[in-house]
Write a protein of this length. Structure first.
Length: 317
């Protein structure tokens, strides 16, 4: 389901850039975008065999799509309530085809100090736009003609996470030089199906089975203020159960700072802690953990101080 209106969507985006986020934009599905993932995709892929799988996952920054594609996964469906994630994915896809790896990183990376104004640089965009689909090009042409990269960088359009380039490369297999060049070729004939919807309505648009369904940390974010999150999540799982293959796996909830949550003080951490333990009490669920690359390293051992984790579940019989 891919219904876009580049003129209307660009107008809403310009509103987001110039005036910031508001309730109308939020309710209509125009949200800030993630420039890069803040999840350790490398850690996930080192723990789960994701080669030659049918995959369903959030569009988000697009990074997981690129990473999973490298594992011979051409049957990929994405979903997101944020329509801007679709335009952004197409921009990233065209950028990979058009640019060297270093040019690509510079174009999307927000440095604390950017003397060269590489971020969303107009001259670089001109190299990218020739590989954009016509409707997507209309949208981005309006954005780049209206605002500079500096203005976009400092607006509500994107989530400015100042991670180092080294960290971003370490958690994304596709940003390794040899993988990036391989991905260039794979993307030329690749177009995942995109579903623009709320996760609670996702099942209405699914007509296939998937071997790996990934929910990132959406469940934690969506239902943070509710007191019946278990009921909501169980309904979502029930609704998509027929779309999970016989031996399929669901990445139910990505957990940041998994070890740090053992020492609970902040209310927000307590929420995630309870949410995590609630789902771990289900015998159908399991957990994998891996390094949290955004934590400072332990000076003595060189190991990461904290861990991230992913709660897994499977098809209900």
């Amino acid at each position: 389901m891919k219904i876009i209106n580049p003129i209307q969507d660009s107008i809403k985006t310009l509103d987001l850039i110039s005036n910031g986020m508001n309730n109308e934009l939020y309710l209509r599905g125009y949200h800030p975008i993630y420039l890069f993932t803040n999840e350790n995709v490398t850690g996930i892929m080192n723990n789960i065999d994701l080669s030659n799988k049918r995959i369903l996952l959030p569009q988000a920054s697009g990074d997981q799509v690129f990473d999973f594609l490298l594992e011979s996964n051409t049957n990929i469906t994405t979903f997101d309530i944020n329509i801007l994630s679709y335009y952004f994915f197409e921009l990233k896809k065209a950028a990979i085809i058009s640019l060297t790896r270093d040019e690509f990183i510079d174009f999307f990376y927000i440095a604390k100090i950017d003397f060269k104004n590489n971020f969303f640089n107009l001259e670089t965009y001109k190299k990218i736009r020739v590989n954009l689909p016509i409707e997507i090009r209309k949208y981005w042409d309006i954005i780049f003609k209206s605002y500079s990269g500096r203005k976009i960088k400092n607006s509500s359009f994107c989530r400015n996470n100042y991670y180092s380039k080294e960290v971003i490369i370490s958690i994304n297999p596709y940003l390794k030089e040899e993988n990036y060049n391989k991905l260039k070729e794979l993307l030329k004939d690749f177009e995942p199906e995109f579903i623009n919807c709320d996760i609670r309505n996702l099942y209405l648009y699914l007509n296939s089975e998937y071997d790996f369904i990934y929910f990132s940390n959406i469940l934690s974010k969506c239902f943070k203020e509710t007191h019946n999150q278990s009921e909501i999540v169980n309904k979502i799982l029930k609704d998509i159960n027929s779309n999970i293959s016989k031996n399929g796996v669901v990445g139910l909830l990505y957990l940041y700072n998994y070890l740090a949550e053992e020492n609970i003080e902040a209310k927000e951490e307590l929420y995630n802690y309870n949410f995590r333990n609630n789902f771990l009490s289900n015998p159908n669920n399991s957990i994998i953990n891996f390094s949290d690359p955004f934590c400072e390293r332990n000076n003595k051992s060189g190991d990461y101080i904290d861990k991230d984790a992913l709660i897994l579940t499977k098809k209900r019989i």
